[in-house]
Write a protein that binds this ligand. Sequence first.
Ligand code: MN
Length: 128
Amino acid sequence: MTTVLVVEDHPMNRKLFRDILEFRFDVAESAEDARELLRDLTPDLILMDVQLPGMDGLSFTRELKADPRTAPVPVVAVSAHALAQNVEKARAVGCAEYITKPITDDPFVFLDRLSGYVERASRLGARD
Ligand code: MN
């Protein structure tokens, strides 16, 4: 079963993800919460809000990429900032993809890009 971990502090965005995601998924409101969840959970994909209370999403991604257990899980950064330098920063810490908010602008494009990553992740056979 494909699982997605959503790390998102904004209740509205969490509701939105809940409404449009077709995968089974878990939700964390902060990097600290997500770190707890990841002790028992290996998702196929992590949807990572960049702006989080406490540790920010990119620092957390760097941490995940440094851990051999979580390093293979693709991280898709979600941010309101669309500047090239923001995208660069996300790539530099190991994010596979960078999606700009609001995703409501085009939820279908968003879902499409996401399914691509989930399919690729399961095709790699990393986990089932
Ligand atoms: Mn946020």
